[in-house]
Design a protein. Structure first.
Length: 331
């Protein structure tokens, strides 16, 4: 009931505002404004003006054996003069594609060129826009495309990357790409030494999660690369703290002697990738040198560690030195 009352009060206020003298003046002003805008729009659409129109193009009936070395432009940019209404139609309905037949413009030169000159392109654009339109400028004003019918050569892809994780994370494993090879096409023979290509440089820092990057293949003059870009995945994951105990082992022990250490085990702490946290811990060894015990100025000798797995980061030991007792054993 309260909601109905609120709605009724709002409706009454609107009605009073509209029917008041001030409200009628505002309404009349808005009406004349709308009528003026309609007249202005009709005059503008009927007047002649100039606009830049993108004309989508497609070369059709291209043989399967043909590969373009030169990129085919997706659109021709034409500056057109005509009535505003016609230009607006082209502006908001530019899905019509201008199709260019391969056979009409190939074989005009002795080399591997698809050539559509300025006059031919202008004639096709006049057909596209109609006789009422005046074409002022065209870019590009002609199509000169290099192609080849030679088979391509598959080569390997090398990733050029400088990637660094954020603090507390690790790049765990090699960078991977969605394809291990690309195909090279050229009009002339390619050198036999060309057996691989590389990506454009990838530079990323402070990575906190696995990241995929779309990167272009580094261009080679006169060569078409298909595909010309690849997706590189950088495996990043967080580091987690883990610890384990390691027995102290005496090395360089001479015959007839013994060495007791206190403690006999030390704690080894390190960071490990999350995915490896539940794996079996590596058999870590802690070493003390008997020679250090003979020359130690104090009652402690330092502890050194065995080689650690590459995945173990920021390794610390506690304690880093141990007390000892040298025993001479009877023969």
């Amino acid at each position: 009931m309260a909601l109905t009352e609120k709605i009724r009060k709002i409706t009454d206020r609107i009605h009073l505002a509209v029917t008041s003298s001030r409200g009628r003046e505002v309404g009349l002003f808005l009406l004349f404004l709308a009528i003026s805008y309609i007249f202005w729009l009709l005059l503008t659409l009927n007047n002649e003006s100039q606009d830049d129109i993108d004309v989508p193009i497609a070369i059709v009936n291209v043989p399967d054996s043909v590969t373009f070395i030169t990129d085919v432009p997706p659109v021709i940019k034409a500056s057109v003069r005509d009535k505003g209404s016609i230009l607006m139609r082209y502006r908001f309905n530019n899905s019509k594609v201008m199709k260019i037949d391969w056979a009409e413009y190939v074989g005009r030169t002795d080399d591997n060129r698809f050539l559509m000159g300025r006059q031919d392109l202008g004639a096709r654009l006049r057909d596209y826009f109609g006789s009422s339109s005046q074409i002022v400028t065209v870019a590009p004003d002609s199509l000169k495309l290099i192609y080849t019918t030679s088979p391509g050569r598959k080569v390997a892809v090398h990733v050029n990357a400088d990637v660094r994780p954020a603090l507390g994370n690790i790049v765990n494993g090699p960078l991977t790409i969605n394809t291990d090879s690309v195909t090279l096409y050229s009009v002339t023979d390619m050198p036999h030494s060309l057996t691989s290509v590389e990506t454009m440089p990838i530079i990323r820092s402070k990575l906190t999660d696995t990241t995929s990057v779309l990167v272009k293949i580094k261009p080679i003059d006169g060569v078409r690369i298909i595909p010309d870009n690849v997706t590189v995945t950088i495996p990043v994951e967080p580091l987690i703290a883990r610890s384990q105990m390691a027995s102290v082992v005496v090395k360089n022990m001479p015959h007839g002697y013994g060495l007791l250490t206190f403690p006999s085990q030390i704690e080894v702490s390190y960071l490990i990738p999350m995915s490896a946290y539940n794996t079996e811990p590596y058999d870590i060894k802690a070493y003390v040198d008997f020679a250090d015990a003979l020359s130690a100025p104090t009652s402690k000798i330092p502890v050194t560690m065995s080689l650690m797995p590459e995945l173990y980061r920021d390794v610390t030991i506690s304690p880093d030195s141990v007390e000892y007792i040298v025993e001479q054993r009877h023969q």
